[in-house]
Ligand binder design. Structure first.
Ligand SMILES: [Zn+2]
Length: 123
């Protein structure tokens, strides 16, 4: 199994609704989203998928979220903007971009800080 990994940073503010602690107050993170894509076969370029395909799938969302307030940006105006939910969201968006290819998103890690992250792994 081959694997490629793309990581993109963005900075954003959020708060966690109903959270019993400091995270209920608005604060910011220098986030990093890390997308892992796997594939058994390589394409005619000798790649699982071009890095650019993953970057382009992320770009509209990174552009929207960067220096934004997540709690006001759909779907996170309704969905809790936790690291877990962000990881699942990015998974779904990149997975859609890979539809019809032999590559699949195997894991997404969403870093809130250097030492704290959440992951989403599809079944
Ligand atoms: Zn936070």
């Amino acid at each position: 199994m081959y694997e490629v990994i793309v990581e993109q940073p963005f900075s954003a503010a959020h708060f966690l609704k109903d959270y019993p602690g400091k995270c209920a107050q608005i604060h910011g993170h220098n986030y990093r989203v890390q997308i892992t894509v796997e594939g058994e076969a390589l394409n005619e370029l000798g790649m699982v998928v071009e890095f650019e395909v993953i970057k382009q799938a992320l770009k509209p969302w990174i552009d929207r979220f960067d220096h934004g307030f997540l709690n006001e940006i759909p779907p996170f105006d309704v969905v809790q903007p936790s690291a877990e939910n962000l990881a699942k969201f990015f998974h779904d968006e990149v997975a859609r971009a890979l539809d019809g290819t032999s590559a699949r998103v195997s894991y997404v890690r969403l870093f809130e800080t250097e030492k704290c992250s959440a992951g989403y792994r599809p079944k």
